[in-house]
Design a protein around this ligand. Structure first.
Ligand code: MF3
Ligand code: CO
Length: 294
């Protein structure tokens, strides 16, 4: 087929491992993918499409991931350092037979990313970064359990946060909801980014171009790249089984970024304005999508 892989005979077991006959399982979907490919559409390789068993395994990983973000929500506040959060993460992971996907990923040196105020993403946990009243922080958690990856992030408002910062956090969250509402099986990935982008820019904010969402499941970062500066009707087809994240980084000021030269990781707004991010992980289904981590 279009992905260079063979297809089983109609009465043979499906390639996905469901145990069902190919004609009763992926046969129709595969034909549709091939037709779309032949018509010039960008079509995800079938190896990216998650089976029911894959989705169950991702959910088990996501239970830990969500549990960590819940725990952070219950304990975060003024006086907590971002290294405290890193310690909570490590303890929670160890107690749940899971490990951080971040730690050692391309050399990343911590178990979680903690990004305060003008830090867009990849903030390092630090003993000296003690949260104070009025801060906003993104805690981005990624878990490996049973060989499967989950990834989501949330914003936390520390104490009495200004209306401007609250609005940034809320608009970013609404943009993710709009992105989810644009997920349609057999639609285009570009629809999702366009919907996210509209909410953020209509509110007067900007959207980071260099970083986006990603496929995920058997690897941390799989294809496709999920842009939030995309056009509707473009990009890969949202085939059922495609699992990816929606994780826009929304800046109060300009979209431009700078990367810390000392460590090569920490990304900040070039103009020093605040930045917010929420991240969810979903799988496209026959009739919509299922949220896996948030
Ligand atoms: N969690 C980030 C994401 O949402 C990736 C962080 S990579 C790390 O894709 F190495 F910085 F942890
Ligand atoms: Co992600």
């Amino acid at each position: 087929m279009y992905d260079g892989e063979p297809s089983p005979g109609r009465n043979d077991p499906c390639w996905c491992g469901s145990g069902r006959k190919y004609k009763k399982c992926h046969y129709e979907a595969d034909n549709r993918l091939q037709q779309l490919y032949d018509a010039g559409e960008e079509v995800p390789y079938r190896s990216l499409l998650k089976t029911a068993a894959d989705v169950e395994a991702i959910k088990a990983s996501a239970e830990v991931n969500k549990g960590i973000l819940d725990y952070v929500g219950e304990h975060i506040g003024p006086g907590v350092s971002t290294m405290d959060i890193n310690r909570w993460v490590e303890e929670y992971l160890a107690a749940h037979d899971a490990v951080s996907a971040d730690l050692n990923f391309e050399g990343y040196p911590y178990s979680v990313c903690t990004s305060i105020n003008d830090v867009i993403c990849h903030g390092f946990p630090n003993e000296d970064d003690v949260l104070k009243d009025g801060d906003i922080i993104n805690v981005d958690m990624s878990t490996i359990k049973g060989g499967y990856f989950s990834d989501s992030s949330r914003m936390y408002c520390i104490g009495d946060v200004s209306p401007e910062r609250r609005r940034l956090v809320e608009v970013c969250r609404e943009s993710v909801k709009a992105g989810l509402a644009a997920v349609r099986p057999w639609g285009h990935l570009g629809d999702v980014g366009a919907a996210v982008n509209k909410v953020a820019t209509d509110a007067g904010f900007s959207v980071v171009r260099e970083y986006g969402g990603h496929g995920i499941g058997k690897e941390f970062h799989e294809d496709p790249f999920v842009s939030f500066v995309s056009q509707a009707g473009t990009g890969p087809i949202l085939a059922p089984g495609l699992c990816f994240t929606i994780e826009p980084m929304v800046n109060a000021g300009a979209a431009d970024i700078t990367t810390d030269e000392d460590n090569g990781w920490i990304v900040r707004t070039a103009d020093g304005s605040d930045s917010a991010q929420w991240e969810v992980q979903l799988v496209v289904t026959e009739d919509g999508y299922e949220l896996l981590s948030w």
